[in-house]
Design a protein around this ligand. Sequence first.
Ligand code: MG
Ligand code: MG
Length: 613
Amino acid sequence: MRTSIATVSLSGTLTEKLTAAARAGFDGVEIFENDLLAGPLAPDEIRARCADLGLTVDLYQPVRDVEAVPADEFARNLRRARHKFQLMERLGADTVLVCSSVSPLARDDDALAAAQLSELADLAQDFGIRVAYEALAWGRHVSTWDHAWRIVETAAHPALGTCLDSFHILSRSSGPKDLDAIEDIPGEKIFFLQLADAPLLGMDVLQWSRHHRCFPGQGGFDVAGLVARVLRAGYDGPLSLEVFNDVFRQAEAGPTAVDARRSLLLLQEELGVEVLPAPAPPSAVAFAELVTQDADPVAALLGGLGFTRTARHRGKPVDLWEQGEARILVNTGGAALARSRHRSRGKSPADGTAVAAIGLESADPAAAARRAEALLAPVLPRRRAEGDAPLDAVAAPDGTELFLCATRRPGLPDWRADFEDVPHAPAAADDVRIDHVALTQPWHRFDEAVLFHRGVLGLDAEESVDVADPYGLLRSRAVTDAGGGVRFPLTVAAAPGDDTAHARHIALGTGDVVAAARRLVEAGCRPLPIPVNYYDDLAARFEFADGELETYRDLGILYDRDAHGVFRHCYTRTVGRVFFELVQRDGGYRGYGAANAPVRLAAQHAVHRLTGG
Ligand code: MG
Ligand code: MG
């Protein structure tokens, strides 16, 4: 199907918006009137620019407050409309959006509305233009799609049809049953279809629409269910995104346009009208790669956590540290560090230690890479020397390199084979694995990141949680595979410059967190100190065996319980922008200790203040 995007959905000048839409692969655009009025390009120049970029102008919008008004007012509205139609002729747009009136002059009179819209359509027809009438969810008298359609049906004018907008429809819908009758609208009378999703918020619908619309798959609406009905009605126009969103208005247009198009590709896949390479979800984290210019603090920490340095890359300054199934690569190469710095936009602290890449254990790495590419993920050049395993890698929206790989599995290229063993002592424990990697996101890439991990990698997204930080509020949403082998809590902090809130962490799962924490202390790496107040509160909330709580307090171990089981966890100090967590999940506990996160963040801020770094 053809895809289109309203210019209001992207940031920048009209030229920047058009370029971003074309580069992301859209077929057309809706020109939002303000973008035209505020820019220097004449309508004919915009038309030429679109043609050069291979974009059609699918809609001009909006014309407001036209119908069901006294005759003298309607005469003025027609004069206004004529002016817009002349402009549209120069622009090369043949469909105009007229939204239901919010004017206090408008009357609750469907017959009058139909008659005046019919007269407007007469005028439009002279210009070869079609009028698409849309019910705003907050329209004065017409606020539902079926009401707007009844008026269009009454008018029975060939140049008058309806525009369906998923936000206006779904924000007012009380269930899928209300929508069935959409299939009875003759397809040729649905002149346009605008798509937006939104998180389910209990708030004023106008504010909800203006600030919180998002791309399909990023909110809580059943956009696919609605589009399926519109397609069954026989609609054959474009799928067009019309998204008013405070974040997208500020974020760079190029990546937002890619995010937008990816959402439509996934929507079309869900509808069965687009075939993409099937998802091949990862089953485990093969490795996490740290970049650093000073390996010593990282090595001390890894040693304290029980890792042992087992191998070195044959051609690059990369060490492999292992413990059980947990593998950490430590990359001291300048190029890797520079790439990581570039991604964090120069925000890395002095020593620059950061999580730069993750290896995802995949049943079919090549198939996973094909899907990622089909969904517009940047495929990274294979940085490899002769003889290295051919690793497929893509960049996540936050710039993290995701390697789709296999570890010691026959028949698949083995990244481990690029490493040469070095003499080493045994690791401290053999039941250790990477439980989760918490990936902080740039503030303007959060919804995109969730959709990327869900759509591109085939992970499931959990509910969004808000976590209090002393200096802001963190939003967190985990993406996981069905087996729990891959868990990425994605977080975003309100304060972009807050290094504490932006440090990433690698959580190591163990069968005995107390023993692991003791080893850490014995190695001279004190865990993050947790205030005594926390343990007083724990004593009130839960019952513990004799001495149990004291052990947790001494080792800085936090405690949580859910309907399934128990979670015990503690944290190391932060190195650069990375810290580690030791976790023990018992009885199928599913979360990440969100209840304890505010305590952890406050403790990290306290350490940060003391050490000044
Ligand atoms: Mg609309
Ligand atoms: Mg964690």
